[in-house]
Design a protein around this ligand. Structure first.
Ligand code: CMC
Length: 432
């Protein structure tokens, strides 16, 4: 961050404030409003924080107009094409791509932490058999705090790093066990001879009595899904992790807060919502009626998997996901999947329809990821869980960056109060 040399002046009656304009390395400049209240007595109002930079960050850059997504400067398409998820995780956490030695050490360290404390198994039994796996994930990740709380000194770099390694290593195990618990299947322990994505597939689908054969196309697709969801700047769940972390809370509790924020259908729940939407449309013939409902604001129906707060031309992740989608379906020999046919038809109509074009509503990453995951045999209820597995790397990298920021302080947004003015209390007997 540097001073741009420019100044923004705000005049308010007699008072005025000359506010410094700051430049980053990429993206628009920002007006530093920190002195605005002291100089003019007013705050700024930005519900949803759409126009407010809440922090500086060196991790991810997005240009929504141009459809650019960079992690530590590297374009997402190059990472998805050439890197493994573990390389991306190292990059997000440490700022640079690892050389071979650093990579091998990182992968070995992650594998060292994939097991869960055996007492964590007991937590699963406390959930209803039909619990949503996001509820199990949120609760169990939060419960990790009780296993590591005393050992975490967030002011110590080695301790922060150990927590980051632990959470990245353990989240796939918790996620896969959440799924197996709801099915009544035996828990499958992590295998250190497999990659991160392969191990996740094994913990999801292996049975104890048989050798599990990894399909390399599906493992690569899973690795790519993890890369594409690994981080996305200051979105709702990441901001939640940062806000929780700004209080000095335990990192496992902060990640659990991020999982809760991710759950909603406007965020990580969208890929699950896409499949539900396709199932509810049922047949291509019903698409025109459905589109008419989407356009009718009073219906409250949205075209799930379309639109993005930041990307207003296209979502660069969606392009890669679309290609991966075709690879997976061809590997699995799926030619006539009715839901896929429906999705393709819907995509065609929506990208040429004036309503969507005018509002820059293009398919986002979740539109295709739901279809891929379904083809891979992953149940709909696990889609957001998988998003959380991938995003944990971004969350913990952002948490670490925030704690390491000089002068870091508690996050505390302000408000515009629109409630009752001050009034006197009336005893209950006198209230009509
Ligand atoms: N279907 C129909 N209309 C839409 C949609 C949609 N999916 N998204 C936005 N609009 C309309 C909206 O009604 C509004 O119209 P108007 O200007 O006439 O009032 C206009 O487009 C702008 O919408 P907005 O609500 O101001 O946009 P936003 O930036 O607040 O919302 C969004 C972004 C992602 C929440 C929204 O596009 C949405 O609900 N999409 C469906 C859910 C979805 O797919 N979410 C996944 C996002 S990608 C994963 C991630 O990165 O978290």
């Amino acid at each position: 961050m540097s001073e741009s040399g420019k100044t923004a002046t705000i005049s308010l009656g007699e008072k005025s404030a000359a506010l410094p304009v700051l430049s980053g390395t990429l993206g628009p400049d920002v007006v530093d409003i920190r002195k605005l209240p002291a100089q003019t007595g007013v705050f700024t109002f930005d519900p949803g924080y759409g126009e407010t930079a809440s922090c500086t960050s060196k991790i991810t850059f997005i240009d929504g107009e141009k459809g650019i997504l960079l992690h530590r400067g590297y374009p997402i398409a190059q990472l998805a094409e050439k890197a493994t998820f573990m390389e991306v995780a190292y990059l997000l956490l440490n700022g640079e791509l690892p050389d071979q030695k650093a990579y091998d050490t990182f992968v070995t360290d992650i594998k060292h932490h994939t097991l869960l404390h055996e007492q964590i198994r007991n937590f699963f039994n406390g959930f209803r058999r039909d619990a949503h796996p996001m509820a199990i994930l949120c609760g169990t990740v939060g419960a990790l705090s009780s296993f590591y709380h005393d050992g975490i000194d967030i002011s110590n770099a080695a301790s922060r790093n150990l927590s980051a390694m632990r959470i990245i290593a353990k989240i796939p195990t918790i996620a896969a066990w959440a799924y197996r618990y709801t099915r009544g299947d035996a828990f499958i322990y992590p295998r250190n001879d497999l990659s991160y994505a392969e191990n996740f597939l094994s913990m999801m689908f292996a049975v104890p009595s048989e050798q599990y054969k990894i399909n390399p196309v599906l493992a690569r697709a899973m690795d790519r899904i993890l890369i594409l969801h690994a981080d996305h700047e200051q979105n709702a769940s990441t901001s939640t992790v940062r806000l929780a972390g700004s209080t000095g809370a335990n990192p496992f509790a902060c990640i659990s807060a991020g999982i809760a924020a991710l759950w909603g259908p406007a965020h990580g729940g969208a890929n699950e919502a896409v499949l539900k939407m396709l199932a509810s449309i049922g047949h291509k013939d019903n698409i025109p009626d459905f589109i008419a409902k989407v356009k009718d604001k009073s219906s409250g129906v949205r075209l799930m998997g379309f639109g993005h707060r930041v990307y207003k031309n296209f979502d660069p992740r969606a392009k890669i996901m679309q290609a991966t989608c075709h690879e997976v379906l061809s590997e699995l020999g799926i030619k006539d999947d009715p839901l896929l046919d429906l999705a393709i038809e819907l995509e065609k109509i929506a990208i040429s329809d004036e309503y969507f074009v005018k509002r820059s509503l293009y398919p986002n990453v979740d539109f295709y990821s739901g279809i891929i995951l379904k083809a891979m045999g992953i149940p709909t209820s696990m889609f957001t869980v998988l998003f959380a597995v991938a995003r944990t790397t971004g969350w913990i990298s952002q948490w670490k960056e925030m704690i390491e920021e000089p002068g870091q302080r508690i996050g505390r947004p302000r408000q515009l109060y629109v409630g009752s003015p001050e009034r006197d209390f009336t005893p209950i007997s006198e209230r009509s």
